[in-house]
Ligand binder design. Structure first.
Ligand code: FAD
Length: 293
């Protein structure tokens, strides 16, 4: 199903995100993840796209998305970045997605880094959205947004102005960057409303369940750590089992609060961790079902 229609039928959408294996790992690792996630009550599963990856790795995104649909009968969303792609590259990918009946794309710019060499055909995600819609208007396009402001942008107001360009180009729903303090999300939603942005926004939630994740994630995406989470992290950082339990509990609490405050969707960054995703999903499924009555 087109994700735009999903939001028309459901008050709260619940989705998961998985990523293709790194170069050195076999594709079976993500297939095992998907097998482990089977049967969970999810509306869609998105698959990330390695902006700096090889063609083979990037084709895996489409392959995995296709399998999610054919094998598990769950709607897939294929991420697609554009910064280091030519128009020809993107056409090849869109052809492939179409051939595999993948209808939903999360259109992204991709991060700037040493391994990503911009090709100059696309500067922003909005250019990609426009290109996809011109290629085939039947693709449903999602976009990313940043409750704590994107790191390249000076102010949240400017970032929201830029977000409008993506929506004008055809984005029908948004997924947020991860955040650990729901107040950032609520303040952001107020600003979107004032800017007359009314499309559904899914809250991106990442459970912090191991010590190595913390610094990497925070430095990568700039999410601030509230005191309650810092306390948990420092108290249990040397006890992996306790840290995992505390991380699951923290993320679950965030979700319960968001659903109580009428969020339109929860997008769980699973990090391919079946155990954690299953645990959280089972804890919140009745809450989501109740909100959808
Ligand atoms: P854009 O919307 O293009 O915005 C990037 C910056 O440019 C912002 O600061 C914005 O304010 C500014 N801007 C936008 N339009 C204009 C304009 N017209 N004029 C001036 N400034 C403008 N990365 C991957 O490599 N693979 C993935 O699979 C992936 N999945 C993601 C999923 C989610 C939910 C999120 C939140 C991020 C994901 N990312 C992924 C990371 C993403 O690629 C980076 O955050 C990237 O830096 C920005 O992408 P964007 O699509 O939001 O860019």
């Amino acid at each position: 199903m087109n994700i735009e229609n999903l939001f028309k039928h459901k008050k709260v959408v619940y989705s998961l995100e998985v990523f293709p294996p790194k170069k050195t790992n076999s594709i079976d690792t993500v297939y095992n993840t998907l097998y482990g996630l089977r049967g969970l009550p999810v509306d869609f599963i998105s698959v990330t796209y390695g902006a700096g990856g090889s063609d083979t790795q990037q084709n895996k995104t489409c392959e995995i998305a296709s399998l999610i649909k054919s094998e598990y009968n769950i709607e897939p969303v294929s991420h697609l970045t554009c910064l280091n792609s030519t128009k020809e590259d993107i056409i090849k990918t869109l052809d492939n997605l179409k051939k595999n009946n993948v209808q939903n794309i999360l259109a992204l710019r991709g991060d700037k880094s040493d391994t990503v060499i911009p090709k100059n055909d696309f500067k922003y995600a909005s250019d990609l959205v426009e290109f996809i819609k011109k290629y085939d208007d039947s693709f449903n396009v999602l976009g990313a947004c940043y409750p704590e402001c994107h790191s390249d942008c000076d102010t949240i107001y400017q970032d929201i102005e830029n977000l409008k360009r993506k929506i004008d180009a055809g984005v029908t729903s948004l997924i947020t960057q991860l955040f650990f303090d729901n107040e950032h999300f609520y303040t952001f939603m107020d600003k979107l409303q004032k800017a007359n942005i009314n499309i559904p926004v899914e809250a991106g939630i990442m459970p912090i369940v191991n010590k190595n994740q913390i610094q990497r994630i925070v430095s990568m995406c700039g999410a601030s750590l509230p005191r309650a989470l810092t306390k948990i992290l420092s108290k249990y950082s040397d006890d992996p089992i306790a840290l995992k339990d505390a991380g699951i509990y923290y993320a679950t609490n965030q979700i319960i609060d968001l659903v109580a405050n009428d969020v339109r969707g929860i997008h769980l960054y699973t990090m391919n961790n079946v155990d954690v995703a299953t645990n959280i999903t089972n804890s919140i499924k009745n809450i989501i079902t109740s909100s959808n009555k």
